[in-house]
Design a protein around this ligand. Structure first.
Ligand SMILES: [Fe+2]
Ligand SMILES: [Fe+2]
Length: 296
């Protein structure tokens, strides 16, 4: 099969990036619908989540030991080797989503709100953050699908929270490359998580289908974020980003003791470095956004 897309690290001109911001802005307004700033929410996403909540599905066989999740989800207390893969998968998902939540919580208060967004980039960033809040709600719904309805979203230690709060205040030349690589890491993680669902939920077809649908909602946005954040970066920054993939992924995933029991970090790094949209299913591409310079 001939390739349709180029590497996400492909070069672009300043003019191309300007046009792509305009194209992304059009896409994101259609994709998310009205922004409800007070609720950090978007109309289309809200509808989707409501559909999932109104039509719940349950595990055929409830979790044997939900306490194992609640005991370990904020900090791992038990030896991860003694925990079953289902529990590890759920604590891992929570941790990933929690980092995302902490990052956006810090950013929401420092980036201009829509009324004070005067450039297209500012407007895009505001909607982007609202979308990330929707992802936390979708992750919460994934955990509820497993019967875990007592999950609390807990802040990190005060100094870590401070670090996250400072990040969005950095000038673009420092912030743009790590922000792009973080989005790329998200997509890589979600693709591997999708495959893990197939493996762990083979005996739970209804829940498998539902959690994949919930995760797809997130991944479609994240793919668009990858292109959008890539669009902030010029020729030097894109080289730096490529070099950051390996140290960034390692730093982030090494922080989660359950990670090695579930995922192949080396493969994830490789997938990140080689990411080019060609393996993304068509039904997801149709609802997402790809920069023009990544299309052949
Ligand atoms: Fe996200
Ligand atoms: Fe994102």
């Amino acid at each position: 099969m001939s390739k349709k897309y180029r590497s996400v690290f492909s070069p672009s001109t300043a003019q191309e990036r300007k046009e792509n911001f305009e194209s992304y802005w059009e896409f994101t307004q259609r994709h998310g619908g009205e922004l409800f700033e007070d609720d950090k929410d978007l109309a289309v996403k809200r509808e989707r989540l409501k559909y999932f909540k109104d039509n719940p599905v349950k595990l055929r066989k409830p979790l044997v030991d939900p306490e194992a999740f609640y005991r370990n989800y904020i900090e791992v207390q038990d030896d991860p080797a003694t925990l079953d893969r289902m529990t590890l998968m759920m604590t891992c998902m929570y941790k990933f989503a929690r980092h995302e939540w902490v990052g956006i919580k810090g950013a929401w208060d420092v980036v201009p709100d829509m009324a004070n967004s005067h450039t297209i980039e500012d407007k895009i960033s505001r909607v982007h953050l609202a979308e990330e809040f929707c992802h936390v709600r979708l992750f919460d719904e994934i955990l509820r699908t497993f019967g875990l309805n007592k999950v609390e979203w807990v802040p990190l230690s005060p100094w870590k929270e401070k670090v996250y709060e400072q990040f969005p205040k950095l000038p673009g030349f420092l912030m743009d490359t790590p922000a792009f690589v973080t989005e790329l890491m998200g997509v890589t993680f979600y693709c591997h998580l999708h495959a893990l669902f197939d493996d762990i939920l083979a005996d739970e077809p209804e829940v498998l289908e539902r959690v994949k649908a919930l995760l797809d909602e997130i991944t479609i946005d994240e793919m668009a974020h990858v292109g959008q954040r890539r669009n902030f970066i010029g020729p030097i920054g894109i080289k730096i980003s490529e070099a950051l993939v390996s140290p960034f992924y390692k730093m982030f995933f090494n922080d989660m003791p359950e990670f090695d029991h579930l995922f192949d970090v080396q493969q994830m790094i490789k997938d990140g470095q080689e990411f080019d949209f060609n393996n993304v299913p068509e039904h997801m591409i149709e609802r997402s956004w790809i920069p023009s310079y990544c299309k052949i």
